[in-house]
Write a protein that binds this ligand. Sequence first.
Ligand code: ATP
Length: 211
Amino acid sequence: MTKAIGILGGTFDPIHYGHLRPALEVADKLALSHIRLIPNAIPPHRPQPLATAEQRLIMLQLAVENNQQFKVDDRELTRDGISYTFDTLASLRQEYPTTALYLLLGSDAFLYIQTWHRWQELLDLAHIAVMQRPGELPEMNQDTRIWYQQYLASSEDINLLHGKIWPVSVTQLMISATAIRSMVAHDQSTQFLLPDAVACFVKQNKMYSAE
Ligand code: ATP
């Protein structure tokens, strides 16, 4: 069986170590061949990012250029319309019909999954790996909790191609893109929160200064 693939979508405005380190740990724990970082074009549930799609793509490429465990995937940027995860997983499933796929989600994102387009069908296409994210999180609502318990994975599910929810504990990094953008706007250093090459790109292109 070919090794499973991880998928981490987001605005990545900008990419930071709170994305990269937990994703790498999931890759190790679930023996993934690699993780695809997929920036969204038009996120369904949040305001448009401040950086352009091209800038976000370049920042991703800079962040992982020396790391074979990550690949940058621009399929949502080259597709028209709202960037629904369901459509992205459907296209990956078509490309990789016999490979296990794991959609990586921070616990904050998982809490609101029932607001996502065709959310209950996501497990027909991929597994979901939930990465514990630091900070106070509201309780899962009833629908999500029932769904979570129903599809919670056990160790013998490791050979399935899709269909299970895998909670994965990861190093807790209290880093968010929102905080980084605000630090840049206030002329504070962002060193050690994100890759140096990304921080340099932000500086050179005078990004986030207006926030
Ligand atoms: P913003 O602050 O702009 O909302 P963000 O830092 O939350 O951005 P996104 O690009 O929206 O970053 O996140 C993409 C995915 O990465 C989501 O599933 C999110 O939960 C997860 N994620 C982001 N930061 C962390 C973190 N520090 N630890 C674990 N997961 C994270």
